[in-house]
Design a protein. Structure first.
Length: 68
């Protein structure tokens, strides 16, 4: 069980990092547009926070798997 939980945590963490990298590349390409529309900046910040939340969930699952 711990082995499966460990791999699930690793996969979730990697998915979170990939999503965060995707959001960073979108922010770089849409820099001029986000300055004109502040509501898009808030939406992008919210999505970035979701990415960090996914990464933290993955880390917690890995820690739980290592402690079992």
């Amino acid at each position: 069980m711990a082995n499966i939980l460990l791999w699930i945590g690793i996969i979730i963490g990697v998915c979170g990092w990939l999503a965060l990298a995707w959001q960073a590349s979108k922010r770089i390409t849409m820099k001029d547009e986000s300055e004109k529309f502040p509501e898009r900046r808030r939406i992008m910040a919210l999505r970035r926070n979701y990415c960090w939340l996914i990464i933290l969930v993955g880390i917690v699952l890995v820690i739980i798997a290592l402690l079992i």
